[in-house]
Ligand binder design. Sequence first.
Ligand SMILES: *[C@@H]1O[C@H](CO)[C@@H](O)[C@H](O)[C@H]1NC(C)=O
Ligand SMILES: *[C@@H]1O[C@H](CO)[C@@H](O)[C@H](O)[C@H]1NC(C)=O
Ligand SMILES: *[C@@H]1O[C@H](CO)[C@@H](O)[C@H](O)[C@H]1NC(C)=O
Length: 409
Amino acid sequence: MDPGHVPTVMILAVVLSLVGTAVTQQHAASFPEDFIFGAATASYQVEGAWNEDGKGENIWDRMLHEHPEYSSNGDNGDVACDSYHKYQEDVQMLKALGVDVYRFSISWARILPTGDLDVINQPGIDYYNNLINELLANGIQPMVTMYHWDLPQALQYIGGWPNPILADYFVEYARLLFDEFGDRVRWWITFNEPASFVGGYSSVGVAAPSQNASGIGDYLAAHTVLRAHARAYRLYDEQYRAAQNGTSDFFGINHYATKFVISGEEGISPSMTRDTGTVLVDTQNYPTGFRNLLNWIAAEYPGYQVVVTENGLRTGAGINDTDRIEYYVSYLDAVLQAVNTDGVPVIGYVAWSLMDNLEWTGGFSVKFGLYEVDFDDPDLPRTPKASAGVMGDIFRTKQLPTDFLQSFV
Ligand SMILES: *[C@@H]1O[C@H](CO)[C@@H](O)[C@H](O)[C@H]1NC(C)=O
Ligand SMILES: *[C@@H]1O[C@H](CO)[C@@H](O)[C@H](O)[C@H]1NC(C)=O
Ligand SMILES: *[C@@H]1O[C@H](CO)[C@@H](O)[C@H](O)[C@H]1NC(C)=O
């Protein structure tokens, strides 16, 4: 999740006619038996141990060390939730939630400190082996994001994603991951939110590496990322798919809110914002917008199963998070209607986030967790919020609490 650019679908003004039917329609409140539930995190946001055991520097380390003023309170990921040391506790939290999958990301620089295969950092590989094995021992499937924004700084020295050669580096990194972890990992995701992280090449102080090349750097980066994704996919398809089992492709989507736009021009020139030909009027938590988006995906990409790889609500502090519960239940209700009423092949849903963590430049005061983390206590204790109880029930029973749904009507 990125504070500056809420990832959403853009829906034109016609959507206004659809308001208000979300939770009043009659429909079954049960997900299919084999529906997959999970919770997610990302390496830079939770791991800490930024320079331990041979890990290399990444572009977020660099940016927030050099420019603490870019983030709220000067927060950074040096320690974060300390999941590098506390991963066993994290797995117990996941187990208590009753998840089927844990979506986490691998820190490229923890495994390849220079970004390239010339140095392979065995303690980094050991860490992810330990995490994966701990998950499997607790009946939880790993869902691995290969890149969640923390590019090795060494690759930024040669220009980062706008340099087309980055696709070659990514494919070699992917090959190493498939070799090291592919015997146990059945869920692979190449890139998290490309449209967000290429923003690191279009503006200053929002996302690493903070390069001010709007309308040029971001488009070049996006092109390299598309090529890297395609090539890593081909590599898996040709050399690993058969040996690593009857896998199938899926469409992963992160969703937080609906943007309401009208046609027009805004943003500096040149910029991706300007090129959309739209002006943002409003951003709302609007579950029907999500249901519409899922229907659009099914129509646009027929034949692909869909996994909601992130969905969640930012709040302030506090463990009685009624607002988060209402958000999750109403959005899950929209997913359920897409599945049961509209026939959209959504097969899984992953909540963002397992626990409060470093919300990028938003720092630690923006809370997305099902578990609270007390960042003022050096032990970083975790405490389940009210939402963890409700989501745990949903994950285990595969049913929505209908009494809760009634309360919104
Ligand atoms: C793949 O299938 C083989 C044979 O059925 C099995 O032994 C192995 O554990 C499976 N691997 C994964 C990752 O599921
Ligand atoms: C970034 O580039 C824009 C457009 O060229 C310019 O107006 C702005 O001042 C630059 N910002 C910084 C912080 O350099
Ligand atoms: C939690 O918050 C809700 C709404 O703000 C309130 O009605 C409820 O009493 C609170 N519960 C606890 C245990 O504090």
